[in-house]
Design a protein around this ligand. Structure first.
Ligand code: ADP
Length: 260
């Protein structure tokens, strides 16, 4: 049976966009935005793919800072917003349209219509990949995105911590319910390697990501260690993949991009 006859929203493709990948997490602060940005950049590196990045986190947009972009998008003759461009990636974020203080008073329906606009009223194409930095959690907004756009796959970001893993399972289930394949799990902050003595400390525990991956018959796409540069560079709008292409972490992101 098709979705319409089942009373489900019909998934309308975004013109000129070949693959839409949702990067999600069960809770905030696990590094979902950092990973979305670096994954998008790794996919776009050496002009291999045409890539866009949508910040669907309406309440806490972080793509403007991470991608070092500001200002308002121009509107073309078809009334479509032109995404802002940096490091060869087309970006769109609520942060370009309203200031943060206005965003906090937004509520459910307004947020959904805002996300619809960021998806449909933007000149995205032609793109090989549109990476969506999903809002954290598994509420109505997240579900509405998964129900309205044909997603090629989801990537779920988690830390090895018990609570985060529980939330990650919820995120995996959300995509499963709408038949979006899981491309894999990215375990972030997997280990801290002391730069002085090379000791490996598993601050948030160990191997949790692998157990979820096993459980859902998926794989770990990559494990990103806790590194000071990643945090510092991100805050300065210089994602590690472009700022330090030789950094081992950049290599991990390129490997992940190859698997997507
Ligand atoms: P989320 O999008 O899940 O809320 P962010 O990507 O905003 O998470 O990351 C939260 C904070 O953690 C940011 O300050 C970011 O720079 C930092 N961070 C993320 N991943 C790492 C990492 N592997 N090592 C060090 N800092 C990290």
């Amino acid at each position: 049976k098709d979705r319409k006859s089942q009373g489900l929203p019909v998934k309308l493709p975004i013109p000129g966009v070949n693959n839409v990948i949702a990067v999600a997490s069960g809770k905030g602060g696990v590094g979902k935005s950092t990973i979305s940005v670096n994954l998008a950049l790794a996919l776009a590196q050496n002009s291999v793919h045409k890539v866009g990045l949508l910040d669907a986190d309406i309440f806490g947009p972080s793509i403007p800072t991470l991608m070092n972009l500001s200002g308002q998008p121009e509107i073309n003759h078809q009334n479509l917003m032109i995404p802002l461009l940096n490091y060869s990636v087309k970006c769109m974020s609520m942060g370009f349209l309203v200031d943060e203080k206005s965003a906090v008073v937004w509520r459910g329906l307004m947020v959904m219509s805002a996300i619809q606009k960021l998806l449909r009223n933007v000149l995205w194409g032609p793109l090989d990949f549109l990476v969506i930095d999903m809002p954290p959690g598994t509420g109505d907004v997240q579900l509405s995105i998964t129900q309205n756009i044909p997603l090629s796959g989801s990537i779920v970001v988690t830390t090895p911590q018990d609570l985060a893993l529980l939330d990650a399972r919820r995120a995996v289930d959300m995509f499963r319910q709408v038949n979006v394949p899981n491309l894999g799990i990215i375990e972030n902050m997997s280990v801290f390697v002391c730069p002085k003595c090379n000791h490996h400390e598993h601050i948030f525990g160990q191997e949790g990501g692998q157990s979820i991956a096993n459980e859902i018959g998926s794989e770990i796409l990559g494990s990103i260690p806790l590194v000071k540069e990643l945090c510092f560079l991100s805050d300065n709008g210089q994602p590690v993949v472009v700022a330090e292409p030789e950094n081992p972490v950049s290599l991990i992101f390129r490997c992940i991009a190859d698997k997507v």
